[in-house]
Write a protein that binds this ligand. Structure first.
Ligand code: HEC
Length: 394
């Protein structure tokens, strides 16, 4: 298809769009939650309005009024939906471009389950569709009346999805699909619930009738759900820079823990917006992060081999055999015209200098070799660990 250079640029363009749209979406979402929490009744608010707020920003004063039912509708009413749709569409494009087209490298882990690209893509997209159906079902059930139970069930379900996916996909593929699922629920809420409810509100105003209150109630709940999902989704999207999260043996538990921490932080903000300063949520979230850091301390592989010392050349040979086919100025692995991420292990100096990376990606986790294309063994990882301890600072 496209040459590697052009497809890198396409990838960059879509990812840039994805980040921009996501920032705008989350920015407006946070702003409106904040706004709603801060508008107040005042003696001089205009007739018919419920509450108002004054703000100063960027060299001017702004006065915002909240109406449940304005006396008339203005000619120009602003809607906020394209930022959500653009985020989802660009995100799904990235999923296809990276994880489905290159599934044999990024999504399929033959050590877990052998499958074709098409099966992998089908499992991935089915997760998004089924996830939405299940979410719809629980969000229309009696469970919704109890926020605590609703939260617990959602957490169990999403962790279940993470466990299931981590059994069939690469670790990173599993994480990204949980993120994509949460993002799909958020965009689905906008598309299927929130925007139709707003249309109904406007139509009712124009026709001079009462709006359907049920629709409005659902929309309010779903936008609150979206609000709680933002921080967990953002974590999952940046997790690819942190191999110790998605590459951990029980990566799903790390994910579940970080979802709880993210939602708790959001909850603290929401409570504070409503005038309740909760004293224990933030310390609990910080403690949660510390506990996660402690329980994810990588365990040693050394017990796999019964030696304490390894000759310098031995580690170099392993990296040459298992990593250099791709990570070289002149790669020999078919399909890799250039060294991925410019990481090169041609000389032993390059290996020693990048020892910390080797440890993070091939010893503490098994993220590399990618899809274990070069068939690295557990024994080799153990030897590499001893080599790193003995001969490098990494
Ligand atoms: C089949 C080819 C292949 C092999 C073999 C391979 N890698 Fe990689 N490596 C890649 C690709 C592709 C990427 C870029 C991944 C991405 O875009 O997330 C990468 C990325 C990396 C990164 C950077 C990751 C990041 O997110 O910054 C490190 C470090 C790395 N590899 C180390 C190794 C080590 C150590 C080995 C040997 C144990 C190895 N690789 C074997 C293909 C390979």
């Amino acid at each position: 298809m496209l040459g590697p250079h052009l497809s890198d640029w396409l990838h960059l363009g879509i990812r840039w769009l994805h980040v921009i749209a996501g920032v705008v979406w989350i920015g407006t979402s946070f702003y409106f939650v904040w706004l709603n929490n801060h508008v107040r009744e005042t003696p001089d608010q205009p007739p018919g309005s419920e509450a108002e707020l004054w703000a100063v920003h960027g060299g001017a004063f702004y006065r915002v009024m909240k109406y449940q039912k304005p006396p008339t509708l203005p000619d120009k009413l602003h809607w906020f939906k394209w930022e959500a749709y653009t985020t989802w569409l660009s995100g799904f494009s990235l999923l296809v471009l990276i994880f489905y087209i290159d599934a044999p490298l990024f999504l399929i882990d033959p050590a877990k389950v052998e499958m074709t690209r098409w099966t992998a893509a089908a499992i991935g997209t089915a997760t998004l569709v089924l996830g939405w159906i299940v979410y719809e079902a629980i969000s229309r059930s009696a469970l919704l009346d109890s926020p605590v139970w609703y939260g617990v069930v959602s957490l169990v379900l999403i962790t279940g999805v993470a466990i299931g996916l981590s059994m069939v996909f690469t670790d990173r593929g599993a994480y990204i699909h949980v993120g994509a699922l949460l993002g799909t629920l958020m965009a689905g809420n906008v598309f299927f619930i929130i925007i139709p409810a707003q249309r109904e509100l406007v139509a009712a105003m124009e026709e001079g009738r009462e709006p359907d209150v049920e629709l409005g109630k659902h929309a309010g709940q779903r936008s609150l759900h979206n609000n709680y999902m933002t921080l967990p989704v953002l974590f999952i999207m940046i997790s690819s820079h942190f191999p110790f999260t998605y590459g951990h043996e029980r990566s799903w538990a790390v994910l579940g823990g970080l979802i709880v921490v993210g939602a708790a932080i959001r909850h603290w903000y929401n409570l504070r917006g409503q005038g309740h300063d909760n004293v224990w949520l933030m310390p609990a979230a910080a403690l949660g992060m510390i506990v996660l850091a402690l329980v994810t301390v990588p365990s040693s592989n050394r017990s796999v081999v019964d030696t304490e010392t390894v000759a310098f050349q031995k580690g170099v040979d392993i990296v040459h055999a298992r990593c250099t086919p791709c990570h070289s100025a002149t790669p020999t692995q078919p399909g890799f015209p250039v060294a991925p991420k410019d990481i090169v292990f041609d000389t032993s100096d390059q290996m020693v200098n990048q020892a910390a990376l080797i440890r993070a990606f091939a010893v503490d986790t098994e993220i590399m070799p990618l899809a274990n294309v070069t068939s690295m063994t557990d024994e080799e990882r153990a030897i590499l660990e001893i080599w790193l301890d003995e001969h490098t600072n990494g």
